[in-house]
Design a protein around this ligand. Structure first.
Ligand code: NAP
Length: 352
């Protein structure tokens, strides 16, 4: 069924409070599972909660999957979307198209029954959950029964045939990182990736290595150099140097990175999932260099005042999760690095 109502391509017609807001900034959305004429209604199977949000939920719920499920159900019931009130971040979903509004049906290359992943945040996606069927602590993924709405402006991607759905979802969640690194990194540059052994960090390292080339230098920073992700970074030569340091402890980290990138890096990419790492990023960037804060745990205030206080003339970029062709670039990064694909399939793939 398609309903009729004054419609906004950005979905403001779904906002219940405050009136007139856009969905991302709104407190509450109407998640009624009926497609307006410029919307796509999906049956949702999987949620991928973003890492900063999931880390917060794990802490607040003492790693109890049942409490995490209850907290997410309560948020979605109250807000009509999975918008973590503490971290302000969301995630993405995988689902099957149930209905397409009449105004867009002829324009988009989708039909009922197609399986897709959303490429817009759950913080702006009207979501109704009937049940959480499982919470996977290791991958921040939830099996659910529910529905979601995509707007005319919402990006989505068809699930690839050659890559496990769960792996594709994991990679789509962080697709902005490799795409932005591809844009920001130039041949011959030094690049520091903080949180290098995580989901976005590994893809960012792969892109940095490719872009910086033989004359460049990629330094990965990890809290523990013995993790499987750290082994992958070394074994697949995705970094030139791996530094073990705590990004919440800026001075020791900066000293450790100074040895690997004397004078500071041209580009620093922050891919961590915990707060309090702005100063580390600033200190290991050269004057005139650039920091890309992909982390959702970044504080604008801490970054802005931190750079001022440290007297560092650096360009700081907010981690826009969208970049042209970002989903394709993320999948290409997997396909062109068999070692990463193997690792992601083992780590994020759906158990058979
Ligand atoms: P992830 O797989 O959990 O990776 C986080 C990384 O941070 C891990 O390598 C972790 O190391 C490392 N880390 C944690 N504490 C650290 C510390 N004190 N010092 C150094 N490294 C530390 O997360 P992800 O999925 O890649 O996401 C990374 C960040 O991007 C999160 O904040 C997430 O919310 C955000 N994000 C942003 C966007 C966007 O559009 N901008 C989209 C999606 C996600 P260990 O695993 O060894 O602890």
């Amino acid at each position: 069924m398609t309903l009729r109502k004054p419609l906004c391509r950005f979905g403001s017609h779904r906002v219940l409070a405050p009136e007139g807001a856009l969905p991302q900034g709104a407190h509450r959305l109407d998640a009624t599972p009926v497609a307006y004429e410029n919307e796509i209604l999906c049956d949702v199977e999987l949620l991928n909660v973003d890492s900063a949000s999931f880390a917060q939920l794990r802490g607040a719920c003492a790693d109890d999957p049942k409490r995490i499920a209850e907290t997410i159900l309560a948020t979605v019931r109250e807000r009509g979307k999975q918008h973590n009130p503490v971290t302000g971040s969301g995630g993405m979903f995988v689902g099957r198209v149930r209905d397409i509004g009449s105004a867009i049906a002829a324009r988009i290359a989708l039909k009922r029954g197609d399986r897709i992943a959303s490429l817009v945040s759950l913080t702006l996606t009207p979501l109704a959950l009937d049940a959480v069927l499982g919470v996977d602590l290791a991958t921040a993924r939830l099996r659910v029964r529910g529905t979601a709405i995509l707007f005319e402006s919402s990006a989505w991607a068809r699930l690839p045939e050659d890559i496990d759905d769960a792996v594709a979802l994991a990679v789509f969640d962080v697709a902005g990182a490799p795409a932005q690194v591809r844009r920001l990194c130039n041949p011959g540059e030094s690049v520091v990736i903080i949180g290098a052994d995580g989901k976005s960090g590994i893809l960012a390292c792969a892109q940095a290595k490719e872009r910086a080339g033989a004359r460049g230098r990629v330094v990965g920073v990890v809290p523990d150099a013995a993790t499987p992700g750290s082994h992958l970074l070394r074994d697949a030569r995705l970094v030139d140097v791996l530094v073990e340091a705590d990004a919440c402890n800026a001075l020791p980290l900066a000293r450790a990175v100074e040895e690997a990138a004397p004078g500071g890096a041209d580009l620093v990419v922050n891919c961590v999932n915990v707060p309090g790492t702005e100063a580390s990023s600033i200190l290991c960037t050269r004057d005139g260099g650039c920091i890309y804060f992909f982390s959702m745990a970044t504080s604008f205030t801490a970054a802005a005042l931190g750079a001022e206080g440290l007297g560092k003339d650096v360009t700081m970029i907010v981690g826009n999760g969208f970049a042209p062709r970002h989903a394709e670039i993320a999948l290409e990064t997997l396909r062109s690095h068999p070692a990463i694909l193997k690792y992601y399939t083992a780590t994020y793939g759906r158990p058979s």
